[in-house]
Design a binder for this molecule. Sequence first.
Ligand code: PFF
Length: 449
Amino acid sequence: MNERDSFGSKFGILVALAGSAVGLGNLWRFPYLVGNNGGAVFIILYLLFLTIICLPLMITEFVVGRRSQSNVFGAFKVLSQGKSGKAWGKIGFISVISALVILSFYSVVGGWTVDYITQAVCFNFKEGLDYEQTFRYSSENAFRPLIFTLIFLLFTAVVVIMGVNKGIEKYTKVMMPLLFVMVIMLAIRSLTLKGAGEGVKFLFRPDWSKFTIDTVLSALGQSFFSLSIGCGTIITYASYVKRNENIVRLSTETALMDTLFALLAGTAIMPAVFAFGLTPAEGPGLVFVIIPQIFSQLPMGGIFAILFFVVLFFAALSSSISLLEVMVAYLIEEIHWSRKAAVAISSLSVTVLAVLCSLSLGMLKHVTLLGNNIFDFMDKLSANILLPVGGLLFVLFAGWKMTDKEYFDEITNEGSLHFSPVFLKILRFIVRFVAPLVIVLIMLVSFLK
Ligand code: PFF
C-alpha cells in the first residue's frame, strides 16, 4: 500500500485543525448565545468547559489518531489489538455516519453562502429590499439552492481529492489567515459605528439575571460542536501528524484560535446589529436576513457584504473539508478504494442527503421525521444522538480500554516530552470519569427537555 499522506508543517496542521473548528457555529451561534445568556457569564462558563472537558477530549482524540496512524474505523481496531477489534471499530463507524449526516445539512448552508457571495458581488443588497423574502427565495426554491449546494460540495471535493498535504493543508494555509484578517476588518468596521457600544455591552457585560440551567447546557453543547469534538475529524487529522509534534500544545493552540475567532465574530456582528437598531437573532436569520440588511444601509456596505459572505464561505468550507476527509480516509483504508473513487462516492452520498435536506425547506416541507423536517432531523440526529453516543464510546475506549502507559506514551512522545505528573493525572481522571459522566448527563437532560 502507498505510504500514508501527512501534513508537511506544524503551521499546516494548526490551520487545518482550526479550519475544522472554526465554522458556522462560531459565526451564527456563538455571538447570539453569549449575548442571550449573560455576556461575560457565558464566556467564562464556555472557557471553563473548553478547558476542563473539551481540551482533554481533543488531546485524547489526538492520542487515538496519531497512535493508530489510521482512519476513525481503523484507529479503534488497531488500538484494541485483535479480539475485540471489530466491535470497537464500530465506534469509528458511528463517526463516519456522523460526518455524513452533519455534512448533508452543512453543505446546504454552504450553498447559501455561495449564493449570497454572488448576490453581494452583483451589489444586490439594496436598502428597502425584503430580506426575509430574499432568503426564502434562496433557501426554499426548488432548484436554486440545489445548484449552489452542488457548487459548494464541488469546492469541498476538489480540495479533498488533492490529498492531505497538497489539498487540505495547501488550501487551509491560504484560507485561514485570510479568514482572520477579514473578520478583524469587519470587527473594526462594526466597532467604529455610532451606537456600537450597546452591542459590546450585550456581548461582554456580565448579566447574572440571564443565567439558567440552559446557559450551562448551551455553553457545554457549543464548546463540543465548536471544537468539532466527537465526530472523528480530529482523530483523522491527527493520524496525519508526525510523531515528534507536541499534541498537547497543538490542541491548546487550536482551542485558542477557535475561541479567538468566535470572540472576533461576535465583535464583528453584534455591535453592528445594535448600531442599526435591529434585534439580535441566531442561525440563518442572523447571517442571511439581518446582516444583509445592515450592509444595505452602510456606506460602502457592498464591499463589506462581499467580505462577510466570503468569511462565512471559508469558515464553512474548511469545516466541510474535514468532515469529508473522515469518510474518504475510511473508504481508502478500510474498503481499499483510490482517493478519487472515495471522494466521488462519499460526495455523491452527501449530495443525495443534501438534496433531501434542501428540498425539505420548500417542496418537501410536509415530509416529517419524528415531527421535524428532514433538515432539522439531520441536525438533531447528529447533535442529540450520534455525536454524544460516538463521543461517549470513544471516551470509554480511551479511558478504560487503552492502558495508562499507552495513553501517556503518546502524549509524551514516548517519554521525550515532559509534563507535570499532576497535569497527566488530572487529564486521565477527566477522560476516565468526568467526561463520560458529563456526556451522559447532557444526553439525559436533552432527552428529558
Ligand atoms: N466546528 C464546526 C463549527 O463550529 O461550525 C462544526 C463542525 C465541523 C462540527 C466539523 C464537527 C466537525 F467534525
